[in-house]
Each structure stands twice: as C-alpha cells, then as structure tokens.
Design a protein around this ligand. Structure first.
Ligand code: COA
Length: 254
C-alpha cells in the first residue's frame, strides 16, 4: 500500500509508503489520504492523526507523471477531496517530517496543528517554477504566517529551505535529530489523546474559525487556476524537463 494506516492507542498513523518514487503522491494516494481523514473524523476511537513519511523522504509532492496522464478535472477529484479534508479536519493533526517535503508536502503542513521536523528535512514550494500556482490555501496561509515578502520569495523563486529556517519562520514547531523525530511526534500525539477531545476540537475551531470561509474561497480560486495551468505550455515544459533530467527552458513563453 502506498499509503499505510495503523490505529494504535487512539492515534491513526498515516504514512507515505512509496519510497522508490520519493513518496510522490498519485491520485490513488490522494484518495487513500482523503479516505483516512474521513474515517478519522467519523471514528470516535481516533483521537489524533500522525502524518509521516520515511526517514529519508517525507514526500516529493504531486506525482508529476500522474498529473500529466490524468490531470484533476474538478473539485470532486482525489487531490481536492484530500485538500478539503485536511483544511476542515477537526481533530489534532501532528506531522513528522524527514527528508524532502516538496510542494504539497510543505503546503499540507500549514493545516497541521503540530509539526516536527528532522534535521534532514528540506522544504520547497516549486509551483511557479513548474508553471503552476500555489495550492492548499498556501497563497493565503503562508503570507499570514511569514509576511508577504518572505512568502513571495518562497512561492515565486520556489527554492529549497532547511529545517532551521522552517522553524525560524514558524512553519515547524521544533527541529529534532532525524532518528528522534518520529518518536517525539508520537509522544506529542499521545499527550493530545489523553486530553479532553471536545475541548481540543473547540479550541482548534476557535484558532481557525475566523479564517475558514476566506480559506475555502482562496482554495477554490487556487484550484481553478491550478487546473488551467496544468495544461499550459509552461507546465508541460517544466514537467517534461524534470523527467528528461534537464533544466526547463521558458524563454519561448511570454
Ligand atoms: N513525481 C513523479 N515522480 C517523481 C517525483 C514526482 N514528484 N519525484 C521523484 N520522482 C521519481 C523520479 O522520477 C525517480 O524515478 P525513477 O527512479 O523511475 O527515475 C525517483 O522518483 C527518484 O527520484 P530522484 O529525483 O532520482 O531522487 P533524488 O533523491 O535525486 O531527489 C527529490 C528527490 C524529491 C528532491 C526530487 O525527486 C524532486 O525534486 N522531485 C520533484 C519534486 C516536485 O517537483 N514535485 C512537484 C511539486 S508540485
């Protein structure tokens, strides 16, 4: 299974498990993630969710080949179901990030409550360099978190940043040795399991309350733009260049 789920002691562990493709997320994986979040939401025995990858990679983001072959068509497609699910998730969501967290691998963290990063974690938002636009509400949430200019730098240039920088800008709570991050995140999730679930849900709702409708609208706008740009010549060039292991050439597009 490319997405593995295990429920133990009230914590649903959701793990990216496609290391041979750097945990790049296909439509089927988005569906499995959306289903896992829906199950977690409806199932009383789940009191927290822990999202993690492998010690060497969190996720390389959208599977670019899958996106080329079967681009998401509408709001019912698996990627949008996942984004809807995570942005409305009402139970504690903890992430443990090791290695590269690219694209949605970084933007999904903006919807997590607690984020722990390993020293080997690397973050990147290469939407514009891929001919795309930001998703998962990141064009709203990131400037709110880090300020406009820093968000613009991260989203326009799309350059990699490390765990220490991610902690400094408030994207992650704490940086830990790579071998310790999973255990620490699990222990934090276990603390949340022991706390009153109703109060946690209400607190989370208050923390996000004023933002939700603006976020929903921004995500709808991002989604429409993203779908359009997936078919653009710029995106085709960027994707093809990735698989041909060459630098993309955008000079013929204006
Ligand atoms: N979609 C599809 N396949 C991907 C992928 C992606 N996003 N990321 C990695 N892969 C595949 C590679 O094509 C390669 O497949 P192959 O072995 O069949 O040739 C395999 O995973 C290993 O990737 P590789 O690039 O050799 O690993 P690396 O350790 O050198 O680099 C990354 C890891 C994550 C830094 C790099 O793969 C990368 O930048 N991936 C693209 C990230 C991206 O642009 N995501 C989209 C965001 S919207």
């Amino acid at each position: 299974m490319d997405i593995e789920t295990t429920l133990e002691s009230g914590i649903l562990r959701v793990e990216f498990n496609r290391p041979e493709k750097k945990n790049a997320i296909t439509a089927a994986m988005y569906q499995a993630l959306a289903d896992a979040l829906a199950l977690a939401r409806g199932e009383a025995s789940v009191r927290a969710v822990l999202l993690c990858g492998k010690p060497e990679v969190f996720t390389a983001g959208n599977d670019l080949e899958d996106f080329l072959k079967q681009p998401p068509h509408g709001t019912g497609s698996p990627v949008f179901q996942f984004l809807e699910g995570i942005s409305h998730f009402d139970k504690p969501l903890v992430a443990a990030v090791c290695g590269p967290a690219v694209g949605v691998g970084t933007t999904l963290l903006l919807h997590c409550d607690l984020v722990y990063a390993a020293q080997n974690a690397r973050f990147k938002l290469p939407f514009a360099p891929l001919g795309l636009v930001p998703e998962a509400g990141s064009s709203l949430l990131l400037p709110q978190l880090v300020g406009y200019q820093r968000a613009a730098e991260l989203l326009l240039l799309g350059e990699e940043f490390d765990a220490v920088f991610a902690e400094r800008i408030g994207l992650v709570n704490r940086v830990l040795p790579t071998e310790a991050v999973d255990g620490f995140a699990l222990a934090q999730a276990a603390k949340l399991v022991a706390l009153p679930a109703g109060a946690l849900r209400a607190t989370k709702k208050l923390l996000k309350g004023g933002l939700q409708s603006g976020l929903d609208a921004q995500m709808a706008q991002e989604g429409a733009e993203f779908r359009e740009r997936l078919n653009s010549p710029e995106a085709r060039e960027a994707f093809t260049a990735f698989f041909e292991r060459r630098k993309a050439d955008f000079t013929r597009f204006s």
